[in-house]
Structure formats: structure tokens, C-alpha cells
Design a protein around this ligand. Structure first.
Ligand SMILES: Nc1ncnc2c1ncn2[C@@H]1O[C@H](COP(=O)(O)OP(=O)(O)OP(=O)(O)O)[C@@H](O)[C@H]1O
Ligand SMILES: [Mg+2]
Length: 357
């Protein structure tokens, strides 16, 4: 079986290395278009970290988060016995953290379960986590908390959004106590924009963009798998530097044909979505408002990409922007405040669809 090895990311790795080498002081939001390699980068870095870092990695992707209780449960790693009871394991926090280096979920002792889950108060869960991180620190190690797919908590309410409670906790861990590094990853650029505009986070967080590979990185990647010059050009024209697409091409028998198929699937999807809006109409919920999507506005915006690779955030109305981002056609880069297609594949597909629109 062909194994695709981790490729490059030297710049991003250096940036994260610098963050981890200093005292925790800011929350780090890791953002980037869908399938750009955020999770792969994070998990790769976790594997490479020396044993004096204790990483708590939680991926919310597969978790069903319909309530506050679901969220808290998703954070903790409880060993369940076959009968459904919680396993009696280590009893003290010191026992719990000894020997722990990389864990998927926050370990919890039997003694603390009631405390964490009683009253449905995030304060309890967070103060337990604080104690745990302090214990890690006492053992001479540096705790690191990573929450992947953070946007999933955006809709969870708890006398107001859970997100404020969580951000306050993150600020405590970093800027206030310098206790634990906090990384939060998401590909939802609308969520990141929302985060960006939070007054409470101003000066308390940084953004780290994990974008698709640039042209040079893509070519180096393809060289490893013996792509011919023509195959490399076709790959770049159709897929750009989207790692997931490049891996698909590497694994394909007929690379040129595969690139073409991927392009057809994406342009077909965009074409159908536009047709649906044109023929049936579509709506989007923004706050408490249900807003109509205007087909002519979508066309006017997408036409701008025929000549350009990206447009400014001011060139697009808010309703169309949210719709096109939600449908994973466009991506808002919070660092440059520019809007671009989710991938080179989407850019080429938009151009194709606009030729006939
Ligand atoms: N640096 C890399 N080297 C080799 N392959 C990579 C690299 N980064 C990503 N990939 C490939 O791309 C796929 C998608 O990457 P990944 O799931 O990390 O993206 P993501 O940005 O986390 O996606 P999402 O937006 O869905 O969260 C991976 O399964 C892997 O095959
Ligand atoms: Mg991911």
C-alpha cells in the first residue's frame, strides 16, 4: 500500500514551535479553507513534540453537540466498563497525570465526575481542567490544549452562548495564568470572522493560517510521486495546492483523467447550486432574520473571479457572502480580509460556470 508521508509545512511548524517555546500568552486560532491540512498538521506536530509537553487533543467533528451537557461530555475521556459504569481507575490527579503525554480527551478521576457534571455549570468543568493542568505543570511538564472543529460549539446555548464562557476560560489559561497553550482550529471562516469581531478577544488571540500548498510546495510534493511535467501542470490547473486532492491524484492510475473528473464534479456542484437558487430560491438565517438569496447578486459576485483570484470583503453583500461561504464555494481570509474561492479547484470551476451563465 502506498503511504503518503507528511509534506513540508516548515513555515507553519516553525510558527507553532515558536509559540510552544514561549510562555503561553495568547489563544491561537488555526484557520484555513476546508481540507487544507489543519488537522494533519496539528496531529503531526503532536506526534513530534517532546515528552515534556502534555497534549490534550479534542476533535469535536464527530461529536453531536446539541446542548451544553454534550459539549462538556465531549471534552472528557471516561473509561466505561462493559456494563456501562465508569471504570474505577486512577484516583488522584497526580496519579492521573503521571505518565500522560498525548491524550484524546481530558482524563478525569472518579472523585471529580460528580463535581464536573453537577448543576450543568461550565465553571465546574473548567475549574477541574485548571486543576488538572496545574498538576501537569507541577510534574514539570507543559500542558497544551487543542480543540479541533471549534465552530461546532457556535450554536450551543447556555444562558447565552457557551462560546463566551469558553473564551474566558481560554484567556484565563493563557494571558492571565500563563498555564496552558490553547489552540483552536476551524475551517469555518464565518465563525472566525465572528471570533475576530469579539471585543473580549482583542489583543488576546492570534491567527495562524494553514492554507492550501503554494505552487512551489505543490510541485515538490508531486515530484516525490514522479509526476511528469504535464501531469504536474494539470494537477495545479485543476486542483491547485489542496492536499486532499493531490493525495487523490497520487493514488490514481490515470492522473490526468482524475484531475478532470474532480474538476467536473466541482463545477457540476456549483452549477446545480446556482440553478436551485435561480429556479427555487433559497434563504439563509442570519441572527434571527431569514434572508432571501438573490441569484443576480451571486452571479455578479462570482463573475468577479473570472479576472481575479480574490476580491475584497467590501465588494460583496453580506447575505451573498454568507451563502457562498456556507456552501463552501468561497472562503474569507481573516488575516487579509480578502475573499477567495475555497480552492484553486473552485476558482477554475467558478470560471467555467461563469462562461455559460
Ligand atoms: N502536509 C501534508 N502532507 C501530506 N498530506 C497532507 C498534508 N496535509 C493534508 N494532507 C492530506 O489532506 C487530507 C486532508 O487534510 P486535513 O483533514 O488535515 O484537512 P483539514 O484542514 O483539517 O480539513 P477540515 O477543513 O475538514 O478540518 C489529509 O487526510 C491528508 O491526506
Ligand atoms: Mg480538520
Amino acid at each position: 500500500m502506498r503511504r503518503i508521508e507528511f509534506h513540508d509545512r516548515a513555515k507553519e511548524k516553525q510558527e507553532i514551535g515558536d509559540i510552544l517555546g514561549a510562555e503561553p500568552s495568547l489563544i491561537t486560532f488555526v484557520c484555513g479553507p476546508i481540507n487544507s491540512g489543519k488537522t494533519t498538521l496539528i496531529t503531526h506536530l503532536i506526534e513530534e513534540l517532546p515528552a515534556d509537553y502534555v497534549v490534550f487533543y479534542i476533535n469535536l467533528r464527530t461529536k453531536l453537540l446539541s446542548s451544553y451537557g454534550d459539549f462538556i461530555e465531549s471534552l472528557f475521556e471516561m473509561e466505561i466498563e462493559t456494563g456501562g459504569a465508569i471504570k474505577k481507575g486512577k484516583e488522584t490527579l497526580a496519579e492521573l497525570v503521571s505518565g500522560v503525554t498525548k491524550v484524546a480527551g481530558i482524563p478525569i478521576t472518579r472523585e471529580f465526575i460528580d463535581y464536573v457534571f453537577k448543576d450543568n455549570k461550565p465553571k465546574n468543568a473548567f475549574s477541574y481542567m485548571l486543576k488538572l493542568f496545574e498538576e501537569v505543570k507541577k510534574s514539570g511538564k507543559q500542558p497544551v490544549l487543542v480543540l479541533d472543529e471549534l465552530q461546532k460549539i457556535g450554536d450551543v446555548k447556555l444562558n447565552g452562548p457557551l462560546i463566551y464562557e469558553l473564551f474566558n476560560f481560554f484567556i484565563d489559561l493563557t494571558k492571565e495564568l500563563h498555564l496552558c497553550h490553547v489552540f483552536a482550529a476551524t475551517s469555518d471562516s464565518l465563525f472566525i470572522e465572528q471570533v475576530y469581531s469579539q471585543a473580549m478577544l482583542e489583543g488576546r488571540c492570534r491567527y495562524l493560517l494553514v492554507d492550501d500548498f503554494d505552487r512551489e510546495t505543490t510541485m515538490n510534493f508531486l515530484d516525490k510521486y514522479n509526476f511528469s511535467d504535464a501531469e504536474k501542470e494539470a494537477a495545479w490547473d485543476f486542483c491547485g495546492g489542496k492536499p486532499v486532492c493531490l493525495v487523490e491524484l497520487v493514488n490514481s492510475g490515470d492522473r490526468g483523467k482524475k484531475a478532470c473528473e474532480m474538476f467536473n464534479v466541482t463545477s457540476g456542484r456549483i452549477e446545480t447550486e446556482l440553478k436551485v437558487v435561480n429556479e427555487l430560491g433559497a434563504k439563509i438565517k442570519i441572527g434571527d432574520n431569514i434572508c432571501d438569496i438573490h441569484y443576480p447578486n451571486l452571479i455578479e459576485i462570482l463573475r468577479k473571479f473570472v479576472e481575479r483570484d480574490e476580491i475584497s470583503i467590501n465588494e460583496i453583500d453580506e447575505i451573498s457572502k454568507r451563502y457562498l461561504v456556507k456552501e463552501n464555494i468561497l472562503f474569507v481570509d481573516p488575516l487579509s480580509k480578502m475573499i477567495k474561492p475555497q480552492s484553486q479547484l473552485n476558482l477554475s470551476a467558478i470560471r467555467e460556470v461563469m462562461r455559460d451563465a
